[in-house]
Design a binder for this molecule. Structure first.
Ligand SMILES: [Zn+2]
Length: 146
């Protein structure tokens, strides 16, 4: 996924979604940790972008809408696995088990992808957004939610 994401141009929504970057400046990280399988911190997001100060919370319960973007991803992956039934109809139990296991294993990544897609629906890329000067004092920067 990373190799594919490296070929995508900055400024496109796909770049922000696949690299989990701020939808406004495409530089700040959308999540506190980069590894989605760090399960204790999978969905932890800073309250605002460290680079452009874009609010990541937007409103209370904003990311409950991300279910609408992550659910189709799960369905798509499961349909891909289920399509193997045309070649191996005798292994229906194994195919169903594979669907379940793959869906569970990919869940942290899918939830993050859903959130990244969701915020990109509402926030657009702005190449001219004022950025926080890294030499400024750290007290101006938004703190990550504990
Ligand atoms: Zn930003």
């Amino acid at each position: 996924m990373t190799v594919f994401a490296n070929r995508i141009k900055k400024g496109t929504r796909l770049y922000s979604v696949l690299k989990a970057k701020c939808p406004r400046c495409h530089e700040g990280n959308l999540f506190v940790v980069s590894n989605p399988w760090n399960l204790k911190k999978t969905l932890q997001m800073p309250p605002a972008c460290m680079v452009c100060k874009q609010d990541f919370r937007i409103e209370y319960g904003f990311y409950s809408g991300a279910l609408w973007t992550s659910y189709p991803i799960v369905v798509f992956i499961d349909l891909l696995i289920l399509s193997t039934i045309f070649w191996f109809p005798q292994y229906i139990a194994a195919i169903c088990a594979t669907m379940l296991i793959v869906s569970l294993l990919l869940q942290p990544w899918i939830m993050r992808l859903g959130r990244a897609i969701w915020i990109n629906i509402f926030v657009r890329y702005d190449p001219n957004v004022p950025k926080v000067d890294p030499m400024k004092s750290k007290s101006d920067l938004p703190r990550s939610a504990e």
